[in-house]
Design a protein around this ligand. Structure first.
Ligand code: NAD
Length: 349
């Protein structure tokens, strides 16, 4: 049964994984990817308003657990997210997440949501939003290297937001290629499965790398990257975890979310700290150029930034009112007399 967002401030709307999936189907995945790209673009255009900090990361040999906070002065948000590349061997996700929005004036949460699905959608929407500004204007084909959990979302966002018509799939695990090709069948894209990464990038104007390995990996070597392509590098997002040969970085114009975070986590951790990069918000706000020539190699060194999650949570909050896709959650103690928390406990005996 559809319901309105709770007027009782102690009840917090909670969007479960099941509800998130229903919401995505209700809106339509491509429409939602377009909507998320619009919300992210709107928030990046008011970049200066936001509190910004590199995410707080707790590293282990197996992976990383991170908190990603931000605020625009009226709303505060954070995401909890992990990255554990070896999890899939045990039947677990590499990346899982949940997140929260709160009202700055009271500090009370206004939304709690799963964000494993939502992160895949927002990462894809961000990739496609950036590609819309940096990829060659006539781009029709994307090489998708790394065909894990993010890959179908990345492919559909590039279709919905940038209008690509073909994806060329490659993964070191043939089962992952098969899974991705099956999932993308009937989605309106020409899907070509490839047996090498070199084969996958043939004729592609956009190259997305989205692999998971906790090392300085070389998914793309220098000789694989020709003039004029746009590289969307997603998988290098943690210290000691990269995907591109350093020589590519020296030939490319590099665009980043928040340099203070990307220099720690992105491909550019392989470069000197003063290597020039462009902040993507400046391109979105018309303050810096994106692609300026047909020959230019553009690189989006994506690591994922808190404002993208904030935008995604804002989108969800704006779209659940009047639907059945949330539970009102009894998350906050709410005594009748705010100073009588103990009395409330006694009365509950
Ligand atoms: P996943 O584990 O589901 O998929 C990763 C895939 O990469 C697997 O299919 C694996 O076989 C493949 N792979 C590993 N090494 C490879 C190689 N050398 N060549 C080709 N394929 C290889 O992970 P996922 O959830 O799809 O995430 C992919 C990566 O993206 C992770 O590193 C994750 O941390 C990162 N990520 C980044 C963002 C961002 O905002 N930038 C957001 C989400 C995830």
């Amino acid at each position: 049964m559809p319901h309105s967002l709770p007027s009782d401030k102690a009840l917090v709307p909670f969007v479960s994984v099941d509800h998130m999936m229903q919401l995505i189907h209700h809106i339509g995945i491509e429409r939602m990817l377009q909507g998320l790209a619009d919300y992210i673009e709107a928030d990046f255009k008011r970049w200066q308003l936001f509190d910004k900090t590199p995410r707080v990361a707790s590293h282990s040999d197996e992976g990383v657990i991170e908190l990603m906070p931000t605020s625009d002065g009226e709303v505060y948000g954070f995401k909890y997210v992990n990255g554990h590349p070896r999890n899939t061997a045990d039947g677990l996700q590499t990346v899982t997440a949940f997140g929260l929005l709160a009202a700055v004036d009271t500090g009370y949460p206004v939304l709690l949501s799963e964000m494993t699905m939502l992160t895949a959608l927002r990462t894809a929407a961000m990739s496609a939003l950036v590609a819309r500004h940096l990829a060659p204007k006539d781009a029709t084909t994307m090489a998708m290297i790394g065909n894990g959990a993010q890959s179908e979302f990345q492919s559909l966002a590039m279709k919905a937001v940038c209008g690509i018509t073909e994806v060329r799939l490659y993964d070191s695990d043939p089962d992952a290629i098969r899974k991705c090709a099956q999932n993308l069948a009937g989605q309106g894209l020409k899907v070509t499965s490839c047996i090498t990464a070199e084969d996958a990038i043939l004729g592609a104007q956009i190259i997305t790398t989205c692999t998971a390995d906790k090392q300085y990996a070389t998914i793309l070597t220098d000789n694989m990257v020709g003039a004029g392509v746009h590289i969307n590098a997603i998988g290098g997002d943690c210290p000691g975890k990269t995907e591109l040969a350093p020589a590519i970085l020296h030939r490319a114009d590099i665009f980043v979310e928040f340099p203070e975070q990307t220099r720690i986590e992105g491909e550019i951790q392989q470069l000197p700290a003063d290597h020039p990069v462009t902040e993507i918000w400046e391109v979105l706000a018309g303050k810096a150029s994106g692609r300026t020539s047909d020959k230019q190699i553009t690189l989006f060194d994506s690591v994922g930034f808190a404002i993208e999650d904030f935008s995604a949570l804002r989108y969800v909050l704006d779209h659940i009112d009047g639907t059945a896709f949330f539970h009102p959650l009894d998350l906050l103690a709410d005594p009748d007399d705010p100073r009588d928390l103990f009395g409330m406990l006694q009365r509950a005996k």
